[in-house]
Design a protein around this ligand. Sequence first.
Ligand SMILES: [Zn+2]
Length: 90
Amino acid sequence: MNSKNKCEIGNEKQIRMCVACRKREKQSNLYRLQCINNELIKFTGNGRSFYVCEKCINSKKFVRYISKLCHFNKDEAKQKILTFSFSILH
Ligand SMILES: [Zn+2]
């Protein structure tokens, strides 16, 4: 049916905000992540998620955001970001 196609095109064009720099980007240009059980993971399709752009992966703001959201201290947050393989997402 036509409505399904429309929906898919709509998703591609959806604009989302990077949690660190607050820049708006197409959803397809952002990484969608979430925190579950104290782990930083790729969005599973359920629960709360957030977006981050490629430039901000290593930014201090992102570390701060992650540490608040996932209840890590800053060193833990840095470690989680470092060990997270962002490359698998794209
Ligand atoms: Zn950003």
